[in-house]
Design a binder for this molecule. Structure first.
Ligand code: LMR
Length: 392
């Protein structure tokens, strides 16, 4: 039986991690998978998380099961950061822990399908795993252009999709720090999108995986808050893998906003059942550490300061890239300066991307996506020179 399974190619993004690791060249540059790096190229554990982990070792007296909803204290502690001062929208929002943002998106899509969603609109390019999850559930994916050729958000396309949606449609949007383009909606554009949703049959599914890495925790939640303020129901997939640096600990949550508070119980019972049949219960450690950080004002401040320094470093790399625009004629590096979060997508051909890897030891996704945080004072000039060489 099992030999009937055709070989699958490895996930292109994850395969890059291994390719990079096996490259012996000392001056290699990793701009592949989305992890934050310091100016030394390291991805350290946050000091606030280290302290919380120490505390956890001392305090935790059992590792007995919690249940499919995971660490409810963690789920609730995040809510004011995501949804603002009325963190439950008058009791209409509740959530559960998931294994990372991927688990949250998967649970959102599975629950939406169970509720009658048969088609999900997705702006492209998108995080490749979005389309993979839709195909695997499966639910029909319909695509629209996320961005315009001049590097802006394609408002006409997203508004048309929201406007034309029929019962059974959902629209999946990135809450901030768009992956892979870095092209976010401005606050005015979110206002327009929220108002379009208020007259639409579409269920909004918002993926907020990079909160705090764009303009700030509140600023990056603007779109989510505007859309939720305008619609009766929505799903919000959340990840702490980036903004708490917990990548491999897989820390995420799925939030649901219902029309009425009394509907939440039944909806959550479905999320619980889906989670039980998928992973049963999410891994505990990282979520418990986040809960400990957020219950202590001093640790919370330490975390927010660490996040702010990451955001500032990413912005300074972007400014450096934008300033080098005239050295790399055909590429619009000025746009990189305006984009947000870990990623930007450079208009490079497949051949140029292969040449960057083979001739310059620079690794990036096949789409031309770069992890901006992979650049630092020790490698950014080499990167710009290599871009100039391959595009000359
Ligand atoms: C990325 O896009 O690089 C990250 O979100 C990591 C992942 O899981 O793909």
């Amino acid at each position: 039986m099992l030999d009937r399974l055709p070989a699958q190619s490895p996930d292109a993004l994850l395969a890059l991690i291994k390719m990079y690791a096996s490259d012996p060249r000392a001056d290699k540059i990793d701009l592949g998978v989305g992890v934050y790096r310091t100016d030394d190229g390291a991805t350290p554990v946050f000091a606030a998380i280290k302290a919380a982990e120490g505390q956890l070792v001392l305090e935790q007296d059992s590792k007995s099961y919690l249940g499919p909803e995971g660490d409810v204290g963690f789920v609730h502690a995040l809510m004011p950061y995501i949804f603002g001062s009325d963190a439950t929208m008058h009791g209409r929002i509740e959530g559960m822990q998931t294994p990372g943002g991927t688990g949250a998106v998967r649970l959102a899509v599975a629950a939406a399908k169970k509720a009658g969603i048969s088609r999900i609109h997705l702006g492209t390019p998108s995080w490749p795993n979005h389309a993979q999850i839709l195909a695997d559930i499966p639910v029909e994916a319909a695509f629209f252009d996320h961005s315009t050729p001049d590097g802006g958000a394609n408002m006409d396309a997203v508004l048309a999709v929201i406007h034309d949606a029929v019962d059974g449609d959902a629209v999946l949007l990135h809450g901030c720090c768009h992956n892979p383009t870095g092209i976010d909606y401005s606050h005015e554009q979110w206002d327009t999108i929220a108002s379009a949703f208020s007259n639409s049959a579409a269920l909004p599914i918002l993926d907020l995986a990079y909160q705090g890495l764009g303009d700030g925790m509140d600023e990056d939640a603007y779109g989510v808050r505007q859309v939720l303020g305008a619609v009766p129901e929505a799903l919000v997939a959340y990840s702490c893998d980036k903004n708490f640096g917990l990548y491999r600990d897989r820390v995420g949550a799925l939030y649901v906003m219902a029309k009425e508070p009394e509907q939440l119980g039944a909806i959550l019972s479905n999320l619980n059942a889906l989670a039980r049949a998928s992973w049963s219960m999410p891994p505990d450690h990282g979520a418990a550490a986040v809960r400990l950080v957020l219950r202590d004002p001093a640790q919370t401040e330490l975390w927010l300061n660490e996040l702010a320094s990451m955001r500032e470093r990413i912005a300074s790399v972007r400014t450096h890239m934008a300033a080098a625009g005239n050295r790399v004629g055909p590429l619009d590096l000025a746009a990189v300066g305006k984009q947000k979060g870990l990623f930007s997508t450079l208009a490079l051909s497949k051949e140029q991307i292969v040449s960057l890897r083979d001739d310059h030891a620079i690794y990036m996704a096949g789409s031309g996506r770069i992890n901006v945080a992979g650049l630092h004072s020790g490698n950014i000039e080499k990167f710009i020179d290599a871009l100039a060489a391959v595009t000359a």
